[in-house]
Design a protein around this ligand. Structure first.
Ligand SMILES: Nc1nc2c(c(=O)[nH]1)N[C@H]1C(S)=C(S)[C@@H](COP(=O)(O)OP(=O)(O)OC[C@H]3O[C@@H](n4cnc5c(=O)[nH]c(N)nc54)[C@H](O)[C@@H]3O)O[C@H]1N2
Ligand SMILES: Nc1nc2c(c(=O)[nH]1)N[C@H]1C(S)=C(S)[C@@H](COP(=O)(O)OP(=O)(O)OC[C@H]3O[C@@H](n4cnc5c(=O)[nH]c(N)nc54)[C@H](O)[C@@H]3O)O[C@H]1N2
Ligand SMILES: [Mo]
Length: 764
């Protein structure tokens, strides 16, 4: 039994597992109780009620939980209630404080031994802090001194490209816009973001095929769909309000197919939180057909489906394919069908692990549907062929003409609540030339043209000492990124690491020679500037831009807003900037005027965003217009099934979220919908696979990942027999990130393949 000592990963210590039966349905009274417990214990009852009253209300703040849209009308108390949204706001409204005294009491080395749960529960950071070179404890520093120090360090770099500016997806449009402007005036496009690890494969696949990197559907389309396919997504935990939309699809006679290696509880059956009378009942069955696919078998499945569709179309022309749409709107059908013919069902089927009969049921539903929506998330994007997955989804929709009309289209369900808006605002390492030109014209400077580093490239550059300063606008870089020990070395190589954060996290503890924490306001808090209290704006997963106004008292009087922090930084760093940074933050309307002047779709921004529910950004695919693609039409593409082959005793591992976490923020230690309580170091395995390895339930194991001859080990996980296909396993992120090799990533999008890790399992 060996155990490597390390501080960059969560501790290996087990916390005392309990297992219970998996519930039959999601939400219901238990979910409401769980949420209220979190809110009241973190924030107290009075503040807790105020929080819930303002969550997702037109005049309140946008839920920081996920990017699922709110209905444009009805927004009663608890109307858009969701357990995990409530937990997200509770986490921000916590009474606990991480003060200078807290930092004086706990050394960095001590805090690094805590679990992510303990680190997070420490609370909100109250003052700007600095960890000096060779220091053991963070110490208080004034805002101006902090800005001056960072500015000096930035200006001492040999080139601006030695600095990296990361963004997580909670940052508002206003903050993101100012931030990218500052970074580009400083002289680099090194703007990696959480999207690089998330929906980058969707953006890449969709831009190429339909000419826009965002989804095409609106919330209302769910009312009209004949069929919704949910593939590689667990909405019951990660987008609970989506279950309401799926419920509406069913109510209106639509069908639902779920494609997932796990029978995720929320997708199967759901009890509406709004209807307490039904809390005790059986709930509503959501999924009509569940395809329990093997990990990374999706391209193979979609190809089989499309081959069977083609067979039927050949027998009965014009009954399956939308030939008029294909002729008028698309490009490449011949090549695509020819390529499809080169694959045989016999060869594809084993990759899916499914009986052909089940797939035929799906084909039957697809053939008879005219309006199809396909929803997906990380189960498709975080694979070596993640972009192929997304493009294959588009192929299916194009065959059916199921895009650009009501009740049909693409629905990549975004994660962070403003990750889509941040991209719209220019947080991108590969900016479009037209965007840079608009910035140059408006602000009278010369913008860098060379593409910057994405997340994986940034880590590699820091590891190889080609980059020396890391700046994080939100997020938790060390715990969110792959290959934990390699990334830790990268951050430790830096001369300076800086984090703009609300709460303490592990990235403050795995640091450069000098480290700073700049504490900011959370979304639920009042943002007071010279002209009065400000609101910010965000864009949800369906391209609606709307306002978000915090109204709770800030966690500390020393906090600054993200826009104000950027302005402070820019003023201290840039010598020749013609931007009036301080004026811009005196009234955020002025920032929005600049956005309007440089980004298409924001005409009359300040006026329209004050309308109830906000406004939709232009979306060519939604309007059945594919002119922005290279061919001017929607493109069929040729895609590759998985090329991973497992050796004896090797397994595929996906790293997924529990019901009690928000990415790297651990709300609690339970995964109620999977029947696991009080433990995160678990590996879900097929019972027969366990038998072959001579493993019994809850046996402790070590996990080794295998990649191009390299091995990485994660110690001390408990094996859980679970309803998962053979040779497939699941662990939780971030505990298993140490196993994800930095070089194992999706073609084109460069997204870490954190759902397709090859592992072996050994009893301890
Ligand atoms: N409460 C809560 N809400 C969140 C988050 C959170 O952590 N907590 N995170 C937010 C963020 S940033 C994001 S990106 C989203 C993430 O939302 P999801 O993508 O739903 O999150 P994951 O837990 O990664 O789940 C991936 C799902 O895909 C399945 N899957 C894995 N591999 C495959 C595969 O090869 N094929 C198929 N068909 N399925 C597969 C898994 O079984 C799982 O059900 O949620 C957002 N919302
Ligand atoms: N193995 C594996 N790795 C993954 C994934 C996976 O499925 N498997 N998923 C990937 C995905 S989809 C994503 S999106 C990334 C997430 O990566 P990140 O976005 O970097 O991580 P989060 O855990 O969401 O960041 C949480 C931190 O953000 C800070 N924060 C919270 N609210 C605010 C705010 O309003 N302002 C500021 N400035 N800071 C704030 C808090 O300090 C908190 O600790 O992780 C990726 N990593
Ligand atoms: Mo994400």
């Amino acid at each position: 039994m060996s155990s490597k000592k390390t501080t960059a990963q969560p501790p290996e210590k087990l916390t005392g597992i309990k297992t219970e039966a998996i519930p039959n349905s999601a939400v219901g009274s238990k979910a409401v109780r769980s949420a209220l417990d979190h809110v009241f214990s973190e924030a107290g009852v009075v503040k807790g009620i105020k929080l819930l009253k303002n969550l997702n209300q037109t005049n309140g703040f946008d839920c920081p939980g996920c990017a699922w849209p709110d209905p444009d009308e009805k927004r009663a108390f608890l109307a858009e209630y969701c357990e995990n949204g409530a937990k997200a706001v509770a986490e921000e409204a916590t009474k606990n404080k991480v003060s200078p005294m807290f930092f004086a009491t706990h050394s960095v080395a001590e805090m690094a031994t805590w679990s992510d749960y303990e680190i997070g529960k420490s609370g909100r950071i109250t003052h700007p802090m600095i960890l000096k070179e060779n220091g053991t404890h963070y110490e208080e520093i004034g805002w101006e001194a902090a800005f001056t120090y960072i500015g000096e360090q930035l200006n001492e770099l040999k080139t601006p490209n030695e600095a990296i500016f990361y963004t997580s997806g909670r940052t508002s449009n206003e903050a993101a816009y100012l931030y990218q402007l500052f970074v580009r005036q400083f002289g680099t496009n090194n703007l990696p973001d959480c999207s690089n690890m998330c929906h980058e494969s969707s953006g890449a696949g969709l831009s190429e095929t339909v000419g826009i990197g965002k989804g095409s559907v609106t919330l209302d389309d769910f009312n009209h769909a004949d069929l919704v396919i949910v593939i590689g997504q667990n909405p019951g935990t990660n987008h609970p309000r989506m279950l309401t939309a799926l419920g509406e699809t069913k109510k209106n006679g639509g069908k639902i197919i779920s494609v997932n290696p796990l029978p995720e509880v929320g997708l199967m059956n759901y009890i509406h939180p709004q209807n307490p009378l039904k809390w005790l009942g059986k709930g509503q069955d959501l999924t009509d057909l569940f395809l329990q696919i093997k990990i990374n078998g999706d391209v193979a499945l979609l190809k089989i489906i499309m081959k069977l569709m083609k067979e039927e179309e050949e027998k009965h022309p014009n009954t399956v394919f939308d030939t008029a749409f294909i002729a008028e709107k698309t490009h490449g059908i011949e090549d695509f069908l020819e390529d499809l013919d080169t694959f045989s069902i016999e060869e594809l089927l084993p990759q899916t692990g499914l009986p052909l009969e089940e797939i035929k049921k799906a084909v039957q539903l697809i053939n008879t549907s005219k309006k199809i929506i396909i929803c997906w998330a990380m189960g498709l994007t975080q694979h070596k062929n993640g972009v192929d997955n997304v493009r294959e989804v588009v192929n299916l929709l194009l065959l059916k003409g199921s895009i650009g009309k009501p009740g049909a289209g693409t629905c990549p369900v975004r994660g962070h609540s403003n990750v889509q808006g941040d991209r719209t605002m220019g947080i991108w390492e590969k900016p479009k030339a037209s965007f840079l030109t608009a910035l140059e014209k408006e602000f009278n400077f010369s913008a860098p043209k060379e593409h910057g580093f994405d997340v994986v490239e940034a880590i590699t550059a820091m590891n190889e000492k080609k980059a020396k300063i890391f700046f994080g606008m939100g997020g938790n870089f060390i715990s969110a990124t792959p290959d934990t020990e390699y990334t830790a070395e990268a951050l430790r190589n830096c001369d300076l690491t800086v984090h703009v954060s609300t709460k303490l996290n592990r990235s403050h503890l795995i640091h450069g020679k000098t480290a700073l924490i700049l504490p900011c306001l959370g979304r639920s808090e009042t943002d007071l500037q010279q002209s009065g209290s400000q609101f910010v704006t965000v864009e949800n997963s369906m391209g609606v831009v709307h306002m978000s106004r915090g109204n709770l008292a800030p966690a500390s009087e020393f906090l600054r807003s993200e826009p104000a922090i950027v302005a402070g930084l820019a003023t201290a760093t840039l010598v020749n900037s013609k931007v009036k940074w301080n004026e811009l933050i005196s009234n955020y309307d002025l920032i929005r005027d600049k956005i309007e002047a440089t980004i298409p779709g924001f005409t009359n921004y300040n006026e329209r965003v004050r309308n109830k529910g906000g406004f939709y950004l232009p979306n060519n695919a939604r309007n059945n217009d594919y002119s922005p693609t290279a061919t001017g039409k929607a493109n069929f593409t040729k895609n590759s099934p998985s090329d991973i082959s497992l050796r004896t005793n090797e397994f595929m591992m996906m790293t997924i979220r529990t019901h009690d976490q928000y990415n790297t923020t651990i709300y609690g230690l339970d995964d109620r919908y999977r029947g696991v309580l009080n433990e995160r170091r678990v590996i879900f395995m097929n019972p027969e696979d366990m038998k072959n390895l001579n493993l019994k339930k809850l046996d402790p194991v070590d996990i080794t990942s295998h990649f191009e001859g390299e091995e990485r080990i994660a110690y001390n996980f408990l094996a859980i027999p679970y309803n998962i296909p053979k040779q497939c396993t699941a662990t939780y992120f971030p505990e298993a990130n140490v196993l994800v090799p930095i070089k194992s990533k999706a073609r084109i999008s460069n997204t870490p393949a954190s759902k397709g890790v090859i592992i072996s399992v050994k009893k301890r």
